[in-house]
Design a protein around this ligand. Sequence first.
Ligand SMILES: [Ca+2]
Ligand SMILES: [Ca+2]
Ligand SMILES: [Ca+2]
Ligand SMILES: [Zn+2]
Ligand SMILES: [Zn+2]
Length: 494
Amino acid sequence: MKTFWLSLMTLMMLCRTPTAALPLRTSDRPTQSNLGLPEADQEFAEEYLQHFYGYRSKSERKKRSADADVDGDWNTELCEKVQEMQRFFGLPPSGELTKETLAVMKRPRCGLSDVERFGDTIRWKKNTLSYRISGYNTSIPASKVRKIFRAAWKIWSNVTPLKFRKRNRKEADIVISFKNGDHKDGAPFDGKGGVLAHAFLPGHGIGGDVHFDAEEDWTFNSTGSFNLFTVTVHEFGHALGLPHSSDPGAIMYPTYNFAPSFDLQLSFRDVKDVQHLYGISPNFDSLFSKKPPPRTPEKCDPDLSFDAVTELQQETLFFKDRFLWRKHPHFEETRITLISSLWPENVPANMDAAYENVERNLIVFFKDHQYWLLRQLQIQEGFPKNISSLGFPSRIRSVDAALHFRKERYTVFFTGHECWRYNEREEMMEGPPTLIEKQWPGIPTPIDAAVFYDGSVHFFKGNIYYKFDSNSKHVVSTGTTNELLECKQADNEI
Ligand SMILES: [Ca+2]
Ligand SMILES: [Ca+2]
Ligand SMILES: [Ca+2]
Ligand SMILES: [Zn+2]
Ligand SMILES: [Zn+2]
């Protein structure tokens, strides 16, 4: 009880904003209040917010202010900065330094701030730019590094009228180098992990220059930790004047979330932003007519459909491609984030189905013939496994959707026109499948997803959801999927 009151007090102290009406959390949630945090984490978080969100620390504020209430203001500002960061990354904006907020803060990332906006004016005033590589200092062979940089420039010159010329000796607009620790530009590198690289916006001297942390385990294939090409494309974006994007599909998103096999391309957002600065490449249409830059799914898209939907503690998670929306009952906004930002391990994109087993504290993901079991964000040993080990016959190659019944402790799997009842207690299938139309009359098959939402079962097919009443056994209402994500017109314009 004591802990409960303490954490409630912290919340109130921290958040004096309208969102101060925060929920009381039950103690079994894996979130933590700030009080439970080790001091090192608290310090780390403050430094992170100083660096990337323009937060001023307590001592800094004291220096500048004779105000006696520095503590109060400081707590409010800290809370607001945590919320700002949480919104940027699509986390529930509680203002609390939860475990998962810290996990996102600890993701490897770019060294530039997420909140500085430079306006439209910071750009090169010419279309041909020169670059020079000053020192390689990485285990990747120099010839390979040159190739990587050339390919990264091409990514940007494919969509703009810009041209990039390599120089060997003479001064160049953009100087690229690998640096160790403190390299005298006011932004020391931090060794392995953390900040991977940074770049300077267009301008004279150091302007446009790009620095990589020489201590990282750089790679050009899938062996090391960080793919140099991926990070280079991002940093070159800064060298051209682009800020960070909160669109998780953008290459200008600040964290590194890439599987080794990721096939890098600029997103629709990146292309739009860089073309806003420099205009369109004359070859753009011929290069991209067949395969236009991918758009991040939008919750206001009237045709929005989902791959899978599941409950997760109090939240409802809507999965689509590499992304998900998180709907928390206590926060109005639902924001998009990356699956890989929530589960850094190799959780599949474009998944088929997902459900939460509350009692065993597990989340289960399905893709094709495999399924993954996760506890506390960790993939359990021995997974992924073949779905046949759940008791499916070999003719079943994938699962369309999964619906978990918390009280009764069973899960229904949907495959085509059939559904299967799986007993979670016995860990076995309860007999042969039945037809979906018998169990859930009025539901079109095959379905995309199913979930308990707002007290009743919701099925999803295309851009429509079907709310099903289990007592009267029929569909009581339908609507478009994006109604559930609270699409507001303003969201469209962000
Ligand atoms: Ca580093
Ligand atoms: Ca320069
Ligand atoms: Ca599905
Ligand atoms: Zn960056
Ligand atoms: Zn530097």
